[in-house]
Ligand binder design. Structure first.
Ligand SMILES: NC(=O)c1ccc[n+]([C@@H]2O[C@H](COP(=O)([O-])OP(=O)(O)OC[C@H]3O[C@@H](n4cnc5c(N)ncnc54)[C@H](O)[C@@H]3O)[C@@H](O)[C@H]2O)c1
Length: 298
């Protein structure tokens, strides 16, 4: 194993910080190494690619930062061209991800847009299919969350906005993408550990993630006989811009797993690569729980 000790020299543990929504990768402390995986000695090693997605074409929402960014880079290392969607505020992060994908020798296309709009979801799929020349992989990855401790303080507007962001676009994007997908294509949805543990201070978000798990299974059943697989990942704590933009100081201090650290975005991205690649050819309707061994709220 070639481990570069010191690659994660700032440590895995987050620094307490606050960012404005939607949060930026460039301001995250410590930052992540999107193409490296942690090693047991506290170092890291470059992800080893094997041409698993050679010639494939992938659309990733929220691809500018965090888990989406690392997935875009690992997809490129495996030989796929990628199209990433993001919010216009995140242009700098998106340009950086594009540069990193291109450094891996693949094409990267960008489109900024708010996916709470059905029209933007349609435009995104149409543009991605046109630019990429087809579509083999859809990673529904974007999300909104905001901590509220008590349902009495959770506004009706926030409840609707969370569902409008996290759930409805997954339906729209899948609906518009599937007519372009051939047998062997895959959809991967980003759920969360919170769907399973029922995190109390993220009630609306937790409910959307439960909906995503059920949507994944139902859509998988619809398309299994057509050769298109639909799966999900359910990450535990992962240090990404979403966290300092939406969680309070106390939650950031406790942002860890039984492994003694949060996951790196790359540790979720490897699961997405697996679900996108033929290695998982008999797996559909399933969820990979990449959560550092965390199964409870405490
Ligand atoms: N970070 C964690 O601890 C964690 C844990 C479990 C699940 N997840 C899931 O991982 C996924 C990726 O999040 P991340 O942690 O990498 O954070 P992130 O902040 O890097 O990515 C979230 C992205 O969602 C996109 N987004 C938000 N609202 C949008 C909108 N209205 N229209 C279009 N795009 C929008 C933004 O581009 C943003 O970059 C999310 O689905 C999140 O729920 C994260």
């Amino acid at each position: 194993m070639s481990s570069s000790k010191g690659q994660f020299e700032q440590g895995y543990q987050p620094e307490v910080q606050h960012q404005s929504l939607p949060g930026l990768e460039k301001d995250l402390k410590p930052g992540s190494l999107p193409d490296h995986l942690p090693t047991p000695d506290g170092g890291s090693q470059l992800y080893k690619a094997a041409g698993k997605l050679a010639g494939r074409k992938a659309l990733i929402t929220g691809g500018d930062s965090g888990i989406g960014r690392s997935t875009a880079i690992l997809f490129a290392m495996e030989g796929a061209d990628v199209f990433i969607a993001y919010l216009s505020y995140e242009e700098e992060d998106a340009q950086d991800t594009k540069k990193k994908v291109e450094e891996k020798g693949q094409k990267c296309y960008l489109l900024a847009g708010d996916l709470t709009s059905q029209a933007n979801c349609k435009k995104l799929v149409e543009t991605a299919v046109k630019e990429l020349g087809g579509l083999d992989i859809l990673f529904n990855n974007h999300a909104y969350q905001m901590m509220v401790n008590d349902i009495k303080d959770l506004s009706e507007d926030q409840w609707l906005h969370t569902f409008n962001t996290n759930v409805h676009p997954f339906f729209f994007l899948s609906k518009y993408a599937l007519p372009h997908m051939k047998p062997g294509a895959t959809i991967i949805n980003n759920a969360s550990i919170n769907a399973y543990i029922g995190r109390p201070d993220l009630l609306d978000y937790t409910a959307t993630k439960g909906a995503i798990v059920s949507f994944t299974r139902g859509l998988a059943n619809q398309y299994v006989a057509k050769g298109i697989r639909v799966n999900a990942v359910a990450p535990g704590p992962v240090w990404t811009p979403l966290v300092p933009a939406t969680m309070n100081e106390e939650a950031i201090k406790q942002f860890t797993s039984p492994m003694g650290r949060p996951s790196q975005p790359s540790e979720i991205a490897t699961c997405v690569v697996f679900l996108a690649a033929p290695d998982s050819s008999s797996i559909t309707g399933q969820v990979i729980h990449a959560n550092g061994g965390g199964f409870t709220t405490s």
